[in-house]
Write a protein that binds this ligand. Structure first.
Ligand code: ZN
Length: 61
């Protein structure tokens, strides 16, 4: 039986157009910094900075 781990789902949102383009998993225990990645945004049609936001659907925690 798997205990609920420290891995949580996040979304990566483009800082320029605010579209959510990626989903990621992050181990919140090992990596406490917020993610900020340069990724390709198909809406901006270029690489932009994407910041993590928390997954909307809340599991009870
Ligand atoms: Zn964008």
């Amino acid at each position: 039986m798997a205990k609920k781990g420290n891995r949580q789902d996040f979304r990566l949102k483009c800082t320029e157009c605010s579209n959510i383009n990626y989903s990621v998993e992050r181990n919140v225990k090992n990596t406490t910094d917020k993610l900020e990645l340069k990724k390709y945004c198909k809406h901006c049609r270029k690489s932009t900075v994407h910041k993590e936001i928390k997954k909307e659907k809340g599991k009870t925690s």
